[in-house]
Design a protein around this ligand. Structure first.
Ligand code: 5AD
Ligand code: SF4
Length: 488
């Protein structure tokens, strides 16, 4: 099976999850897909001998990056490396980076700067992976001479070979080719979450949104053959995972390259039919490729979670066109109508950029109006950040930082009120909750509904990974509070 080498079994891993995975209270200020916060560190593991070389990997950004780190960790375990939880204890230190916004990209250089002098002569191997690696390439060696590996995500299948070359004495090694029609084979992925498993189904992106670095950092779109995905999903369920999340920058653009020729919904349905799977999620959907078929599948398969993340980015047609988003406000609202008219209640979240080049007060007003029309359950909002080599990089960044900040606050306050109203409407309802973590001081368990609402309820540490029915007793803008409603 694909985790044979390194898989932590769900039951064993629950304790380490409780120490590290923290469901934040204020989820609307947490950065989501493509963010830039350090979100995962591979915990220490005793799977190899004490004499084995050690690695430390820190991940910034989106779920795709988190999952990429799991793939890299798998390759390192296969080489006999052992994971440690501090960079001080590691022979190999890796930063898996995000460059979606400037601040995110800067974080890795501040990390590297912190131990520049100490580590230059230490014999440790330091590597920069991911989007900053792909975008900055060999310039990283000039800016941070202590780095000896620079590798973008399209080259992770070669990571083992690249590290071998450094170990043999090459001082500087790169993996920067985007010229790949292949996806990473995931036989040795080392998953870091005890009951939720990510599966990449499509890598790269062929859309060309004017503000976005992803097509440059992750390369062209390539879908994995459906048989590989289904095989991986079955093995994960057999290994005890109850929730699977299918990943892709534009997950719903999936097109099976094998003769089976499944489209995204076809694949979704086949994964949903795997016996033993309890929750199936997918992210991120692109509005232009969003079809009513997806809503029909959510209606037909209770396993498919009733939550869709559908980034709109802006509510003004003028700005959407400048962003090259390939849909209009009206097209988008039609998709929302389709979701809202479903016989199953489906929650919707989105991403919004404020202050994109040329965004006027009137354009921004249209975004605020869109929030009222759609009534999202969650909005991830960002100030526009100019990124090198994007087509918007040559446009005038006309909205001042101060004005971007002002618009962001207005938007977030409006959305806070919408969420509070929607969440208060949930008081008294019962939801199935998958318990994710536990706060001992509060004796409180935290979990998620299938519709992705965070729920806090009196609980026990041992409940992580278990499903309970919880009745909602009170609600804030970002989370619900409840009590178990089923017999203990
Ligand atoms: N500036 C600000 N936000 C951005 N995003 C992508 N590129 C930029 C940028 N240059 C946001 C989009 C995307 C999310 C992952 O990050 O909203 O959906
Ligand atoms: Fe970036 Fe647009 Fe592709 Fe999303 S669809 S990854 S925003 S280029």
């Amino acid at each position: 099976m694909d985790q044979a080498l390194v898989q932590i079994q769900p039951a064993q891993a629950a304790a380490s999850l409780i120490q590290t995975a923290n469901v934040p209270e204020n989820l609307s200020t947490r950065e989501p897909s493509g963010a830039g916060n350090p979100v995962a560190k591979h915990p220490a593991s005793g799977e190899a001998s004490a004499a084995a070389k050690t690695f430390y990997i820190e991940t910034f950004g989106c779920q795709m990056n988190v999952h990429d780190s799991e793939k890299v960790a798998g390759a390192l375990f296969a080489k006999g490396y052992r994971a440690v939880s501090t960079h001080e204890a590691a022979d190999l230190i890796l930063y898996n980076t995000c460059s979606i916004r400037e601040k995110a990209a800067q974080k890795v250089f501040s990390r590297l700067g912190a131990f520049k002098k100490r580590y230059r002569e230490s014999g440790k191997i330091i590597g920069v992976l991911g989007c900053v690696a792909q975008q900055e390439g060999e310039r990283i060696f000039e800016r941070a001479p202590q780095v000896s590996l620079v590798c973008g995500s399209a080259s992770y299948s070669r990571i083992s070979e690249l590290i071998d070359r450094i170990e043999r004495g090459e001082p500087r090694v790169t993996g920067l080719s985007l010229d790949t029609d292949q996806c990473f084979e995931t036989e040795i992925t080392r998953r870091d979450h005890p009951f939720r498993a990510y599966i990449t189904i499509i890598e790269g992106c062929d859309k060309a949104c004017a503000y976005c670095v992803v097509p440059m950092t992750r390369g062209p779109e390539r879908s994995r053959p459906s048989a590989n995905i289904l095989d991986e999903a079955r093995k994960l369920v057999d290994a005890g995972y109850t929730e699977i999340q299918l990943l892709g920058q534009t997950v719903n653009s999936y097109q099976d390259p094998s003769p089976t020729r499944l489209n995204f919904t076809g694949l979704l349905v086949q994964v949903a039919e795997i016996p033993g799977l309890r929750r199936l999620r997918f992210t991120t959907s692109h509005p232009s490729d969003f079809s009513p078929e997806i809503v029909r599948a959510i209606e037909a398969y209770p396993v498919l979670c009733n939550h869709i993340h559908l980034p709109v980015q802006c509510g003004s047609n003028r700005v959407l066109a400048r962003m090259r988003r390939t849909y209009t406000r009206e097209d988008y609202l039609q998709k929302i109508d389709c979701i809202r008219s479903s016989e199953r209640e489906i929650s919707v979240s989105t991403d919004i950029i404020v202050g994109f080049c040329g965004e006027t007060a009137e354009d921004f007003e249209q975004t605020l109006q869109l929030l009222d029309l759609v009534e999202y359950d969650q909005v991830f909002s960002f100030k526009y950040s100019v990124r090198p080599k994007t087509s918007a990089g040559s446009m005038e960044d006309s909205v001042s930082e101060e004005e971007k900040g002002r618009r962001l606050l207005i938007l977030q306050e409006k959305q806070r009120q919408i969420q509070l109203r929607r969440n208060q409407g949930r008081i008294g309802q019962r939801y199935e909750v998958l318990t994710e973590s536990f706060q001992p001081k509060l004796h409180q368990a935290t979990g998620r509904t299938a519709s992705n609402q965070v729920v806090n309820f009196p609980g026990e540490a041992a409940w992580a990974g278990s499903y309970f029915t919880v009745r909602v007793t009170s609600a804030g803008p970002n989370s619900l509070v409840g009590m178990r409603a089923d017999p203990v």
